[in-house]
Ligand binder design. Structure first.
Ligand code: GDP
Ligand code: MN
Length: 393
């Protein structure tokens, strides 16, 4: 994604805007509050064309930043290339630069000659295929001989041929050299800067980044190879944040060979009760697919979203909701469950519910009216949910 591409850019010395990576609206708000100014919120997704898809927003103050971040995180961005869409789970918050000019530069391997080919145009900020179609004369290419490598005259020649505004001339040869180093050293299939911005105050900055790395080239850079592996854990964290929970309030557990199938979804309030619930499931001979700590004071809406998140894991075939009412009110939890299941678009799984404490009686009544049979103890609930998950009626 862009933020990872820019991390690589900085390693080789390509200037990028100042900024921070964020996974929640609160982080965005706090960052802008601490750094007053004009900021761009950029959705971090794999697909391009985020600008057109509504994934790029501008904020001049912390409150606007928070509101826009809330809108973006969880939103599904769609484009012609990606009609299915991709959900936004994190943002890059970056200094908004005053743009004087937008250029385009990329390096890929030319299939025909097997050589790295540099493509440059002064028509940046738009789809390069469109430029190639409408203004083929505005596109300049250079095939680099890998044996001879890169030298600054290539950059000078390309800047001239592509008619880059004069402001680019000084920085461009060095910047292209750095991009070539990145391309070769990381075994990339593609490195692309669109737009490469000339700011009104004369800086040349990579405003966007696209780096497609070949897995075969990554043995030299284990830290970067790890980016791909870390994603499942990060996805859980992002999913928790997207529904308004803390980052560590949701985690999925991988199946283990020899252990019981992890097919029981669990929702509890508080890490302690959550651990207890998972242990009870295990003692009953089952396996918890996940752990979702709904926190204190959960309202019906959050219960509903939590139910949806847990059932979004296809392995989950039954769910145990175990709530001890302190600040979390039993009636709110019950209402959330009933509401979640009333919507036609949710995946319904057998539910075992244990409510204790504040307003538990009201909660149990709401559930009973909706046709659920609540359980009294944790072990009773665990035994029941494991049986249901494994196909009992
Ligand atoms: P993409 O649409 O996914 O390629 O995302 P980009 O990062 O290329 O951003 C899309 C467009 O948003 C750019 O072409 C710019 O027009 C605009 N944009 C992004 N960052 C800035 C900025 O810092 N200042 C200004 N003025 N515009 C920006
Ligand atoms: Mn772009």
């Amino acid at each position: 994604m862009e933020y990872q591409g820019k991390d690589l850019f900085r390693r080789v010395g390509i200037p990028t805007p100042n900024g921070v990576y964020a996974t929640s609206a609160a982080e965005v708000r706090d960052y802008i509050a601490a750094h007053p100014g004009s900021w761009v919120l950029k959705s971090q997704v794999m697909m391009g064309g985020r600008g057109k898809a509504g994934g790029i927003k501008f904020a001049d103050d912390a409150a606007t930043g928070e509101t826009l971040a809330r809108e973006l995180i969880g939103k599904v961005l769609k484009s012609i290339q990606n009609p299915e869409g991709e959900e936004v789970r994190s943002l890059l918050v970056e200094e908004k630069v005053a743009i004087a000019s937008e250029a385009y530069v990329s390096i890929t391997i030319d299939r025909a000659t097997k050589k790295p080919v540099v493509i440059v145009t002064s028509q940046g900020g738009m789809d390069v295929e469109e430029v190639a179609e409408a203004h083929p004369e505005a596109i300049s290419k250079y095939w680099i001989d890998p044996a001879a490598g890169y030298s600054p005259f290539i950059g000078r020649q390309l800047a001239f041929a592509a008619k880059l505004p004069v402001g680019y001339r000084k920085a461009f040869p060095g910047l292209l050299g750095a991009l070539y180093t990145l391309f070769m050293d990381y075994g990339a299939n593609l490195v692309e800067i669109n737009p490469l911005v000339l700011t009104k105050d004369g800086r040349v900055i990579a405003s966007d980044a696209k780096v497609d790395l070949d897995d075969n080239g990554l043995y030299k850079h284990p830290d970067v190879a790890d980016w791909n592996k870390k994603q499942p854990a990060d996805a859980d964290q992002a999913a928790a944040v997207a529904i308004g929970l803390g980052m560590s309030n949701y985690a999925r557990f991988d199946d283990e060979p020899g252990a019981a199938p992890k097919n029981v979804g669990t929702i509890a309030n508080g890490a302690g009760l959550g651990m207890g619930t998972m242990d009870a499931v295990k003692n009953a001979g089952g396996g918890a697919a996940n752990f979702l700590d709904i926190g204190g004071g959960a309202q019906a809406e959050l219960v509903k979203k939590s139910y949806e998140l847990v059932t979004s894991d296809p392995r989950v075939t039954a769910m145990f909701i175990n709530i001890f009412g302190g600040i979390t009110r039993g009636d709110q939890v019950a209402k959330g469950i009933v509401e979640a299941l009333a919507g036609g678009d949710v995946r319904k799984v057998p539910l075992v519910i244990r409510l204790t404490g504040t307003n538990a009686d009201e909660g149990r009544k709401i559930l009973a009216d909706a046709g659920f049979v609540p359980v009294e103890t944790m072990d009773e609930g665990a035994a029941k949910v494991v049986a249901l998950a494994n196909g009992a009626n």
